[in-house]
Design a protein around this ligand. Structure first.
Ligand SMILES: O=C[C@H](O)[C@H](O)[C@H](O)COP(=O)(O)O
Length: 225
């Protein structure tokens, strides 16, 4: 199977989990990226069975609307049962690196609200130790150099993502050469740097379910109790 087919398979598998649980009033949290797009396209085939969605990026909002799915402001929604999104890396604790598409902050907000976070990914995203994928950090533009210096003190090599402005008007530093043995600790350390808006480690709020697309079918991984 191609990588695109694996992404379509996990997008459909997420819809299959949601469908029996959807009600007329259900609002679904929707992530960003090529895998999340496969989920959106599969979900759109059932748009009569739920109310609408909350989007984690402008790009996702546009894709949902193009399918005729109503998009709600998160502030107008009382609760979200499900958030479905891709990842750049995942470990077996379902801790993630996200933000390759610069949507990490809104993704982390929607994930924080959702009762169940279903991560969808092809098998190439599963790793033993997070950090081969450069860790995205969203930064207030005027703090870029300060934050970069603090990240160097933590042992990382920050690289400014040229030309990238997030949906929140900020910039991204991609941190290379981190061997992330304590994802939760590093997530906290990065958040404590003044000028950091958010970082792409999802460890304090990992996924609840990881649907992994493999050549043998979709595997379901759950976080160890
Ligand atoms: O900012 C982007 C997101 O975190 C994406 O969910 C992540 O980069 C995975 O994207 P894709 O499914 O395209 O590999």
């Amino acid at each position: 199977m191609t990588q695109d087919e694996l992404k379509q398979a996990v997008g459909q598998a997420a819809v299959d989990i949601l469908l029996p649980n959807l009600q007329d009033k259900s609002v679904i949290g929707v992530g960003t990226g090529s895998t999340a797009n496969c989920f959106i396209d599969a979900l759109a085939r059932h748009k009569g069975f739920f109310d609408g969605a909350v989007a984690s990026s402008e790009a996702t909002a546009q894709r949902l609307k193009a399918h005729g799915i109503p998009v709600y402001d998160l502030n107008s929604v009382d609760s979200l049962d499900y958030y479905v999104d891709g990842a750049d890396e995942a470990n077996r604790h379902l801790e993630l690196i996200k933000g390759g598409g610069a949507a990490l902050t809104r993704e982390k907000i929607v994930a924080a609200v959702a009762k169940t976070f279903i991560c969808i990914a092809d098998q190439s995203k599963l790793v033993d130790t997070l950090g081969a994928f450069p860790l995205p950090v969203e930064v207030i533009p005027m703090a870029r150099s300060h934050v970069a210096r603090q990240i160097v003190k933590l042992g990382g090599d920050p690289v400014y993502r040229e030309g990238c402005v997030t949906d929140n008007g900020n910039v991204i530093l991609d941190v290379h050469n981190l061997l992330i043995t304590d994802p939760r600790g590093l997530e906290e350390q990065l958040n404590a740097i003044v000028g950091v808006v958010c970082n792409g480690l999802f460890a304090a709020r990992p996924a609840d379910i990881l649907l992994l697309g493999t050549a043998d079918g979709v595997q379901t991984l759950k976080a160890p109790a």
